[in-house]
Write a protein of this length. Structure first.
Length: 597
């Protein structure tokens, strides 16, 4: 049966439209549905948090504090239960899951995952937790277009091509920034061979952005429109120290998030379903601390809770003091790290822009202070204009440092402001921040999150192509699923298990009763020794060659060749007896062939 008869499309569409025409029509449908889903998700979060804040702020102080502590904690508990028992892919931002689905599952994301992502994301962020909505919107939108693709096509390449269509539509509707949506998908997801999706992406982006603008208005999500151009001036050199600061702080943010997330994943005494609640409670404490610290400095700020774009707009217009900016920067940073690391359901786009904007506001306020004391250049723009410009430069630089999409970090600022006069300082600051962050942490945050979850990245574009794959960590190509032997079992028992599992490998790691690595044994050793012997007897006093997850592919290959080993165990950086994965020379050869091919 050919593709036409197997498709679920109506007869009129199958018979009258070519494959490309059907794809275009379905991309229009996808753009419409993604735009509506993005708007509903935005409104759900907005109105839920507005209701919560209104109810809490009109109560006695004790009740107010109790509500703002319990609401994010309860949301975390609901997310933990939902992720643990119903939707394991609904934690985090959704962008790593989208990438994994595109490359490892042919672009297939279940509708159930999309529904759970919508519900849990709206509850988690709407009840005050400090994550964003753009990443979840991408996941929801991709689930929609994936469902359309599986309904309409049986050609796997067409089904896969619908995933970037949804990803682009989600970004376009969430940010009201259609050009940034296209560049983000190309920088973060697509490889050179994936051009088949481009036409559909453009169609879906236009329709999704049109739906968003029709229902939510023409303005972008951050009201930072610039009425007049910035004249090129010496003050714009601030983009260089700002890019340096953003690169360093962005690196600290990424390492803190990954490190704390990894720590929580190893805490067996803390059930997985309860972890997001601890993050929610932490967010409540930090949000209330920020509220009471800033309440006497002007208008009370609640931006540590939920998304917080209002304070970002206030900083852009120079309506909040330096003290408030500093408090919001620190508290938001901590809240986001804790929320994400504990398994909350929300994205990193909004927090990244918030942190970068607040950093820029601090730097801009410092420039104004220098000018007020006569230590700066004569032709200095107004305070509001300089601080507003620094806010935008900080947002772009932090986005480049954390998300690692250089062109998107430029274009998204242009689309937010409707102005291109900051292009030179933006380019300088963003590229500097990107270069510093990449030097300090070669693997981007979304790929690092996937590696932390044991997802192979061999097929992903960041691990193919022109870059020197030899500098990448072995974690990106190693085998996570390991068939190990027990030191105490007999050779006869080991060979029987190997046969039953059909796991005929050249060698096997050997572990003790506690699961600790004690050696490596080859299949030749297993078959050439007496079956009554134990596995452990064959590896007595063995000197183990192992590598850690962050060892570069080049260094691992050199060590293996020097010792004439075809495989090595991959162990934890902090515990050389903890087995994490398995690396073979074949894995390295496959990666080399993928690059050179």
């Amino acid at each position: 049966m050919d593709e036409e008869r197997k498709s679920s499309l109506p007869d009129w569409m199958r018979n009258r439209l070519s494959d490309d025409q059907r794809f275009a029509v379905l991309c229009m449908l996808g753009g419409l549905l993604c735009g509506l889903a993005a708007v509903l998700f935005h409104l759900a979060i907005h109105h839920l948090f507005e209701w919560l804040w209104h109810e809490a702020s009109h109560r006695e102080p004790t009740e107010f504090m109790a509500m703002m502590l319990l609401a994010p904690t309860l949301a975390g508990l609901l997310v933990g239960i939902g992720v643990q028992f119903f939707a394991p892919n609904a934690a985090g931002s959704g962008i790593p899951q989208t990438k994994a689905a595109y490359y490892n599952k042919g672009g297939k994301i279940s509708s159930r995952t999309g529904v759970w992502r919508f519900v849990l994301g709206a509850l988690y962020v709407g009840l005050g937790n400090s994550l964003g909505r753009e990443g979840p919107t991408v996941h929801i939108s991709t689930a929609i277009t994936s469902r359309i693709g599986r309904w309409a096509f049986r050609d796997p390449t067409r089904v896969q091509a619908m995933a970037p269509v949804g990803m682009a539509a989600g970004i376009a509707a969430a940010f009201n920034a259609p050009l940034s949506a296209l560049t983000f998908v190309f920088e973060e997801l697509l490889d050179n061979f994936a051009m088949k999706a481009l036409g559909g992406m453009v169609v879906a982006v236009v329709i999704a952005a049109a739906v968003s603008r029709t229902l939510l208005g023409e303005d972008p999500v951050i009201m930072a429109k610039i009425a007049e151009d910035y004249q090129t001036s010496a003050w714009m050199l601030v983009a260089l120290p700002l890019g340096l600061a953003a690169g360093l702080i962005g690196h600290v943010f990424v390492r803190s998030t990954l490190g704390l997330r990894g720590w929580f994943k190893t805490r067996r005494w803390l059930p997985m379903w309860i972890r997001p609640a601890t993050g929610g409670l932490s967010c409540g404490i930090l949000g209330l601390s920020a509220y009471f610290l800033t309440r006497d400095m002007g208008d009370a700020q609640n931006s540590v809770f939920s998304i917080g774009y209002e304070s970002l707009e206030a900083a852009f217009e120079n309506r909040i003091t330096v003290q408030i900016i500093a408090v919001l920067l620190v508290m938001k940073f901590l809240a986001v790290v804790l929320n994400y690391a504990t398994g909350g359901s929300g994205g990193l786009f909004s927090p990244t822009l918030f942190i970068g904007g607040m950093l820029g506001a601090l730097v801009g306020a410092g420039l104004v202070e220098l000018q007020d004391h006569g230590h700066w250049i004569p032709a200095f723009p107004s305070d509001t204009k300089v601080i507003g410009g620094c806010v935008l430069l900080g947002m772009g630089a932090m986005f480049a440092a954390v998300v690692r999409c250089r062109f998107t970090s430029l274009i998204i600022i242009f689309e937010m402001t409707g102005n291109y006069s900051l292009i030179l300082p933006l380019m300088a600051g963003n590229i500097l921040a990107f270069a510093i962050a990449k030097h300090l942490q070669p693997v981007s945050i979304y790929n690092a999150l996937l590696l932390q979850d044991g997802v192979t990245l061999r097929k992903m574009p960041a691990y193919r192509g022109a870059q020197d794959y030899r500098k990448l960590p072995v974690q990106s190509i190693m085998t996570h699923e390991i068939f190990s032997l027990m030191a105490g079992e007999t050779l006869e028992s080991a060979l029987k298990r190997i046969s039953q599992a059909q796991s005929r490998f050249h060698a096997y790691p050997v572990v003790d009763e506690e699961g600790k690595l004690v050696g490596v044994i080859t299949r030749h050793e297993l078959t050439d020794s007496a079956e009554t012997m134990s596995v452990g007897e064959l590896i007595v006093d063995q000197q183990i060659l192992s590598v850690t997850t962050d060892t570069s592919i080049r260094d691992a290959a050199n060590r293996m060749i020097a010792r004439d080993f075809q495989q090595v165990p991959v162990v934890s950086q902090v515990d050389p007896k903890k087995l994490i994965g398995w690396l073979t020379l074949n894995d390295i050869a496959r990666q080399q062939n993928a690059v050179e091919g």
